[in-house]
Design a protein around this ligand. Structure first.
Ligand SMILES: Cc1cc2nc3c(=O)[nH]c(=O)nc-3n(C[C@H](O)[C@H](O)[C@H](O)COP(=O)(O)OP(=O)(O)OC[C@H]3O[C@@H](n4cnc5c(N)ncnc54)[C@H](O)[C@@H]3O)c2cc1C
Length: 571
């Protein structure tokens, strides 16, 4: 079943919901005119529909494999990568000084989401490279930038991120990979990293690993971590490839989905690495990459949701089963109220998640363009929400897509299940969604809830304005925002972090629900009497009320969570 990139939805969101004009009005992004933006979206859409989408099933059926120490990728992936690289899509947001397009993150996020919807396994490769490019732009020496960035941006080389070790997953500070100064400006890196996405492959000539490791005598925990760039082949000064480095793939993981993406166990045996950022400044440098990747992973969830929705809708339009009394019915399962409920929920949630992700990307652009602390705080606040809600939407929509297919959803040939299997990991990697929620209620509220309050003010101002035009939509959004404000103030007042953490996941989802209501309201205002108002009404009447239960859950704190002993849990 073909995938059709949702270019029109993005154009509408840019123009009417996320105020992309503000980004275009800045000096930094003045070249991202409406014509350029539309051309980029259209071109990327074509790449997704024509080149990447046909690679989604082959990747699932013919996973990447390890042969004599070298990873062979799924059929067609090398050509797919070439199309991504030659189109300039790896370096879409990268610095033009090194060959990038320098375009805003808002546009990058849209393109990345469309690529994820077309072929998630392959899209993870440019996403990893983009994160590495951004980390090097901010933290690497001029020599490293000059040597590596043009190659990474052109897609001749690819990038990975190496944090995870068997004993160091969510707790990155527990890592034990070692780095030793070799006295010649390089470091010897020794240790094992697991689950490394695109850790090796045959689609480009070099693989550049960003590796977190600890220097001798460095303090325990995250404070003692440094970041190193470790290429598979050590480049000569002119960028040609030199000798192989001391890094190899030990094995590839057998996963429930995302089969086209090689997930590698990497062994570093005194591999030559170069320091990126200051010694023991590794986490700060890696966070540049991780924040980029978190928004990107949220977009992966939404992209897969879009693919799953299109798949389910196409099936529903064909499948005949049972009769309904609906006037002017199609004679297919599309006429059934419950099937409509599923499809409307899928569509409404995709719109909400997409609008939240773009709002986050837009805040990142405004922070870059203006340096204003308020935009930075907004981007930081929205990042965990965009990541967690985007990926939850991916899982929920893909799961509902299986249900729309009935028994055929459980049969692999239809492809409905692949969306569900592929997207599952997005809630796990780049910091599990639980860790995202903890970040939201702890670090992102160290400002006493200011960033949250500013967003709520904006929501309520919009709802006030909409009262005369769309009162039945404006009032519930305003009410929901007020309830969220009360719980936010309560949360900020809790000094006991276990109390905050216990309700973090429902709180994050409640925030996303309310933001979704606000962004749907904006869409309805721009399309009064149209399909977008109808979709907003569905969301606000039927999905937004979920926030009430979520907020009650969040406010219950840790009470009762530990009331069963470990033995009683097992009884
Ligand atoms: C397909 C795939 C690709 C990946 N790609 C990469 C990659 O390219 N590079 C890389 O470095 N890593 C990668 N990872 C690793 C991934 O980021 C980790 O799996 C993830 O961070 C979770 O770590 P863990 O698996 O050790 O789970 P754990 O940390 O053991 O977590 C288990 C559970 O406990 C919870 N938990 C853990 N600590 C806390 C806490 N303090 N508070 C509350 N709850 C907690 C978690 O939320 C989770 O539910 C990948 C993983 C997979 C599966």
């Amino acid at each position: 079943m073909p995938y059709h990139a949702p270019v029109d939805d993005f154009s509408f969101l840019f123009d009417h919901v996320v105020d992309f004009a503000q980004v275009q009005a800045t000096e930094r992004f003045s070249e991202a005119t409406s014509d350029v933006t539309q051309a980029i979206l259209t071109e990327a859409g074509k790449l997704c529909d024509e080149v990447l989408a046909p690679l989604q099933r082959p990747g699932d059926l013919h996973p990447a494999r390890l042969e004599n120490g070298v990873v062979r990728t799924s059929p067609g992936y090398a050509d797919g990568w070439k199309a991504i690289a030659e189109g300039g899509w790896v370096g879409i947001a990268a610095d033009p000084e090194f060959g990038g397009m320098g375009l805003p993150m808002t546009l990058t996020s849209a393109v990345n989401e469309m690529m994820s919807g077309a072929c998630l396994s392959l899209q993870l490769a440019p996403l990893m490279s983009q994160g590495q490019i951004e980390a090097l732009e901010h933290h690497a020496s001029d020599e490293i930038k000059a040597l590596y960035l043009p190659k990474l941006i052109a897609g001749e080389w690819t990038g990975t991120m190496n944090l995870t070790e068997p004993q160091a997953g969510s707790d990155v500070g527990a890592l034990s990979t070692k780095a030793e100064d070799q006295g010649d400006g390089t470091y010897a890196i020794t240790g094992q990293k697991i689950y490394i996405s695109w850790g090796d492959h045959d689609v480009a000539e070099n693989v550049c690993h960003l590796v977190l490791a600890r220097l001798p005598g460095a303090p325990a925990g995250t404070r003692g971590i440094s970041l190193f760039l470790v290429p598979k082949f050590i480049p000569n000064e002119d960028g040609s490839l030199g000798k192989a480095n001391g890094v190899k793939v030990v094995s590839l993981e057998h996963k429930i989905g995302l089969h086209g993406s090689p997930t590698a166990v990497m062994q570093y045996d005194g591999a030559t690495g170069w320091l990126v950022g200051p010694e023991q400044g590794g986490m700060a440098a890696m966070f540049t990459m991780m924040n980029n990747a978190r928004l990107g992973v949220g977009g992966q969830g939404i992209g897969v949701a879009e693919g799953a929705y299109q798949h389910a809708l196409a099936y529903a339009q064909e499948r005949k089963q049972g009769k309904t009394a609906v006037d002017g019915g199609t004679g297919t399962i599309l006429d059934h109220a419950d099937v409509r409920r599923m499809l409307m929920t899928m569509k409404a949630d995709i719109f909400a998640a997409r609008a939240i992700a773009l709002s986050c990307a837009m805040a990142i652009d405004m922070a870059h363009a203006t340096g204003a602390a308020e935009w930075e705080a907004r981007a930081a606040f929205l990042t965990p929400i965009a990541k967690a809600f985007g990926t939850e939407t991916g899982m929920d929509v893909a799961e509902t897509g299986v249900q729309v297919h009935g028994g055929m959803g459980f049969i692999e040939e239809t492809g409905a299940a692949q969306f569900s299997r592929d997207v599952r990991v997005t809630a796990i990697y780049e910091g599990t969604n639980g860790i995202q929620a903890m970040d939201l209620v702890a670090r992102k509220m160290m400002d006493g809830g200011e960033a949250a309050a500013r967003l709520l003010d904006e929501i309520e101002a919009c709802a006030e304005e909409a009262r005369s035009l769309l009162p039945d939509l404006a009032e519930p959004v305003w009410q929901a925002s007020e309830s969220l404000r009360e719980v936010t103030e309560w949360l900020v007042a809790q000094q006991d972090m276990t109390t905050r953490f216990a309700g973090a996941v429902p709180y994050l989802r409640a925030f996303a629900r309310v933001l979704g209501g606000y962004l749907h309201l904006k869409a309805a205002l721009a399309d009064q009497g149209g399909a977008r108002e109808a979709l907003a009404r569905f969301y606000i009447r039927r999905l937004l009320p979920e926030h009430v239960g979520l907020l009650a859950h969040a406010q219950a704190g840790a009470e009762g969570l530990y009331s069963l002993s470990p033995d009683e849990l097992a009884a």
